[in-house]
Design a protein around this ligand. Structure first.
Ligand code: PMP
Length: 318
């Protein structure tokens, strides 16, 4: 926890998972000062438990906290809390290749306040849970995406570039409606022109044409995914041209392949994209597309220490 006055963070302690005591007037419950992160700890082929680029999550939480006028936790405190949580839950890390321990750092304005203003105090909690693959059908089963035509996820000058809690509740209605119709998830378009792809509810999006891979640029309306950034670097190191440029729905419909990236989804091939009632099928039904498959293999190989890590992205915990 941290008092907003002196901005000094006190060292936390491990506690059994359970309810958090909170004032009804806690800032985060009323005015939404809450940012979180999603990370994974995995058993590696070297027989240890490792995290993937946790410094990037610390940095993103810092930036999000500043955008929401919160007191960001120092990077070393963040990393220490994450490592301690993983170490205390080591028995819940699934065997190598069989899943991971999802780790959720959550920063909230926990102190009470009645009028609109930043919280008088902040709390960082880290909790975790064992997880398998995110989408139904297993990790490399292609997903069916619906382009959302009614709601936007974020607007220029808004909060889309942060992982704040408030980004997620307004769009649940679209995701739930799409799932009811059999889609895996929705893709959001830009709020200004309704033309360009932004991202999926919990992942970034890429389109492939030949050896060129394109993904929407970071202009404050989409989340700067750690996986997005890593896949861009990995793809470039494997000879692909990767461009961070606006991508129209039309272009996505005409591309060879579409895939999504995220900590939870890893690299997920897209089997179909539906927009204004038109459905584009990519490749053979049920078969993962080749570039997504290659990047999935490279990324998970690195994350699980099956391949050498020339980038220095893997951090052993124990
Ligand atoms: N976009 C959104 C909206 C997300 O919630 C996530 C998951 N954190 C991502 C993209 C992917 O980010 P990352 O690769 O850091 O998990």
């Amino acid at each position: 926890t941290c008092d907003a006055q002196d901005k000094q963070w006190s060292n936390g302690e491990l506690q059994p998972y359970g309810p958090l005591p909170m004032y009804p007037s806690a800032q985060s419950l009323n005015y939404g000062q809450a940012v979180f992160e999603g990370m994974k700890a995995q058993r590696s082929a070297q027989g240890r438990v490792v995290l993937f680029r946790p410094d990037c999550n610390a940095q993103r939480m810092h930036e999000g906290a500043e955008r929401l006028s919160m007191v960001p936790p120092p990077e070393d405190l963040f990393l220490d809390a994450v490592k301690q949580t993983v170490a205390a839950n080591i028995d819940f890390v699934p065997p190598q290749g069989k899943g991971s321990l999802y780790v959720r750092p959550l920063l909230i304005g926990s102190g009470p306040i009645l009028g609109l203003g930043p919280a008088p105090s902040y709390t960082l909690v880290v909790y975790c849970a064992s997880v398998g693959s995110y989408f139904k059908g297993g990790q490399l089963t292609p997903i069916d995406l619906l382009v959302e035509e009614r709601f936007h996820r974020s607007a220029p000058g808004g909060m889309g570039g942060t992982k704040c809690a408030g980004n997620y509740s307004p769009v649940l209605v679209t995701q739930l409606a799409a799932k009811k119709e059999g889609y895996s998830d929705v893709v959001y378009l830009d709020a200004k022109t309704d033309t360009f792809l932004e991202e999926v509810s919990s992942c970034n999006i890429f389109v492939v044409k030949g050896k060129t891979i394109r993904t929407p640029p970071l202009q404050g309306t989409i989340l700067p995914g750690v996986t997005r950034r890593s896949v861009i670097e990995l793809a470039r190191s494997r000879g692909y041209t990767v461009e961070e440029v606006p991508v129209t729905v039309e272009e996505a419909m005409q591309s060879d392949e579409v895939f999504t990236t995220g900590t939870a989804v890893v690299v997920s091939p897209v089997g179909s994209l539906t927009y204004q009632g038109k459905r584009k099928q990519y490749g053979e039904p049920g078969q993962p597309s080749p570039v997504a498959l290659e990047l999935y293999d490279q990324l998970t190989g690195l994350q699980q220490e099956r391949y050498p890590d020339p980038f220095g992205w893997v951090l052993p915990v124990c």
